[in-house]
Design a binder for this molecule. Structure first.
Ligand code: 5AD
Ligand code: SF4
Length: 440
């Protein structure tokens, strides 16, 4: 979502004459879009700010001009005051709900009005104020349809930094999607912290479910692929599960975090479902779409996690068999209920050991999944050139990166690729002759 937000910031700043640069040292303005989800991510803010400060001083010294420094995102939301104190050279600090006010904030900062702080949750959603035109259309693009979260998992800062759940109206999303497709987008990933809790207003004033929204989007001519992330097991409704069977452009890949396999820990995490319930959802999804590839998030070392609790997580992973997954050591976040469970914190070395064991199992599953494609023919969206001469990189329906040799003019097409090798993190294959149309 930060990638999507950063792109929108670029759209907002474009009419003011700002352009993206890949040389930060020559930038007139640097915006650090930050993440607060785990301590490691949020610590980076201050070290990166140190780097930017040096760049700014260098620019001033060499007479190249000044550099405005801004901190955006969830660290700004959660620690705005502290950032301004610890890093007085920062000009603007604003949260994820107020970046549409960038032009005003910029004007205030350039008037020399001192540091500008905006961490409000405005009544009117920022989406109503974002420019319609994107400065850069991507072949595979994100589209935010829902933001915020009301689930309050005991470990998570999202409900505090991104705020309450909000869904955009279907019409707004449809027009944004149509513009993207007209500009060349072939694959859209619908975004939301709790995307399957989507309940945006339809034209008739009733709420649409995510499954209905997906059906509406699937009607757009020229859109070849749809995905959505991230989902909560509790919101995997019957119509959404069925959409995986019924909507042909909905890709057979689902990121459905479970976090842990022990019912005791799931309850302490306030996840509101058991391991058995999660398994039943997976079974149902696979009955509708047998080739569905599953991905998940896991936290090891949640306060109070015993060896047996951790074994339950490993067992759940064995039962589900993931195509890929993300796993993390529990990181106490200020203000969350789990951070107050001081007596029950798990030592760092135990967390590291559990994470290594979990990741070994997940890597094994991912490799086996990738290797199972050897000899198969799959449709691949050709996205970009690779590092090697004549190489293209594309994506399989199951989210794997696919490397192959092909002329670059085929970028943007969906080609049939014969897979020759499945590796830990990617597939390698060759174009099937006649497997791609040359004319658009
Ligand atoms: N510690 C470790 N991992 C966390 N996540 C969220 N909060 C924490 C935390 N405090 C993980 C969850 C979530 C993913 C985005 O980040 O697994 O699904
Ligand atoms: Fe955080 Fe996801 Fe739980 Fe919401 S559902 S509180 S975003 S982990």
């Amino acid at each position: 979502m930060n990638v999507y937000d950063s792109d929108r910031m670029a759209d907002i700043l474009s009419p003011l004459g700002y352009d993206l640069t890949d040389k930060p040292q020559s930038a007139d303005m640097a915006i650090l879009n930050t993440c607060h989800i785990r301590e490691k991510a949020s610590e980076k803010t201050f070290s990166e700010l140190g780097v930017l400060r040096k760049m700014r001083e260098e620019r001033k010294k060499t007479g190249d001009g000044d550099m405005i420094i801004a901190v955006a995102g969830c660290v700004a939301q959660a620690e705005g005051e502290e950032i301004m104190k610890r890093a007085p050279f920062v000009d603007m600090v604003f949260g994820p709900q107020s970046y549409h006010k960038l032009p005003e904030m910029l004007a205030a900062a350039s008037r020399g009005a001192g540091q500008v702080l905006d961490t409000d949750f405005p009544v009117e959603p920022k989406f109503d104020h974002l420019p319609a035109e994107a400065i850069d259309t991507k072949l595979s693009a994100f589209l935010t349809v829902q933001e915020g979260c009301d689930k309050f998992c005991a470990f998570c800062v999202v409900p505090y930094t991104r705020g309450a759940e909000f869904s955009r109206a279907t019409d707004d999303i449809l027009s944004e999607a149509k513009r993207m497709v007209a500009g060349g987008t072939r694959e859209i990933t619908l975004l939301g912290q709790n995307v399957n809790a989507y309940h945006g207003l339809r034209k008739d004033g009733k709420a649409a479910s995510l499954a209905e929204l997906i059906q509406m989007l699937a009607e757009i001519d020229g859109l070849e692929r749809l995905r959505y992330t991230t989902s909560h097991p509790l919101e995997m409704t019957e119509d959404l599960c069925r959409a995986h069977r019924d909507v042909d452009i909905l890709m057979p890949y689902l990121h459905l975090p479970v976090q842990a396999g022990s019912d005791r820990i799931l309850e302490a995490m306030n996840r509101r479902h058991t391991g058995a319930e999660y398994r039943r959802i997976i079974e149902k999804l696979r009955s509708y779409r047998p080739d569905l590839a599953l991905s998940g998030d896991f936290i090891v070392g949640f306060p109070g996690e015993t060896d047996q609790d951790f074994e339950d997580t490993l067992q759940l992973v064995r039962d589900v068999n993931y195509a890929q997954a993300y796993s993390f050591k529990y990181s106490p976040r200020p203000g969350t209920p789990a951070a107050a469970l001081e007596g029950q914190m798990i030592p760092e070395d135990v967390k590291s050991e559990r994470l290594a064991r979990l990741q070994a199992l997940l890597n094994e599953q991912q490799l086996a999944f990738n290797q199972s494609f050897k000899g198969k023919e799959i449709p691949v969206l050709l996205e970009r050139e690779g590092k090697k001469e004549g190489q293209l990189i594309g994506r399989s329906p199951y989210m794997q990166s696919v490397y192959l040799q092909s002329p670059p003019h085929r970028i943007g097409r969906v080609a049939t690729v014969i897979i020759e090798e499945g590796n830990a993190n990617s597939l390698r294959g060759k174009l099937k002759s006649g497997g791609v149309a040359d004319a658009a």
